[in-house]
Design a protein around this ligand. Sequence first.
Ligand code: URA
Ligand code: SF4
Length: 216
Amino acid sequence: MADTVSRPGAQEWVPSRPTLPRLRSAVDDCRGCELYADATQAVLGDGPDDAPLLVVGEQPGDKEDLAGEPFVGPAGKLLDKALESAGIAPESVFRTNAVKHFRHEGTRGKQRIHKTPGRAHVVACQPWLLAELSVVRPVGVVLLGATAGQAVYGSSFRVGASRGTRMEWPSSLEIAATPEWVVPTVHPSSILRSRQRDADLEAFVADLRVAASLLP
Ligand code: URA
Ligand code: SF4
C-alpha cells in the first residue's frame, strides 16, 4: 500500500545557527514526520553544552514524553548507574535520542507502550541529532542499541558485531566537528527486560569502560 504519511524530514525546522536553547525552543514545532501528533512534546537532548561524551538512545519513553527530558525513566536510571560504574560522572554526559518524539501504540495500565521508531522516522529526525552534535562537539559518542547505531551507520548496522569497540565516525555523515571515536553498545532497556540482568549489566559497563578509557 502507498505510504501517504507526510515526512519532509526535520531540516526545515532546525535553526541555521543552532545553540542548545534555540534547538530546544524550535524542536517542539517540528513536523518532519508524523510522530509529533501523538506525543506530548518533543524531547531534545540534555547535558553540558561542552560535554566530552554524547550518548545517543532511541526515543523518549512514556516518562520522558511527559517530563520533556531524556532518560528520566527506568532505562535512564540504569544508564546513570552503569556510567558511574564505568567511572564516568553522569552529569558530565550529554544524553539524547535518535528520534525526538515518543512513538507508542496501545497502553498497559496507565503507561503507553513504546513502539520502535521506523527507519523513516530515524532518517527524518537525523538533522536534530546532527545539530546537537554540532553544538556540543563531543570528543566521543556512545550509541545505545540498534536504533542509535542505525541513525549513524545506516540500516545495515548491528549491535552484536560492534559493541564495545572503538569505531570511526562515518565519512558519509558530515558535521562541523567530527567526534574522534564512537563506541556502540546495547540499549539499557534490553538489560531491564533480560533474564540475566547481572551478566548483561556487567557487559554493558565493560563497553562503557572502553568509552571511559578514550575520554580526555
Ligand atoms: N530510552 C531511550 O532510548 N531514551 C530515553 O530518553 C529514555 C528511554
Ligand atoms: Fe520532527 Fe523528529 Fe518529531 Fe518527527 S520525531 S516530528 S522528525 S522531531
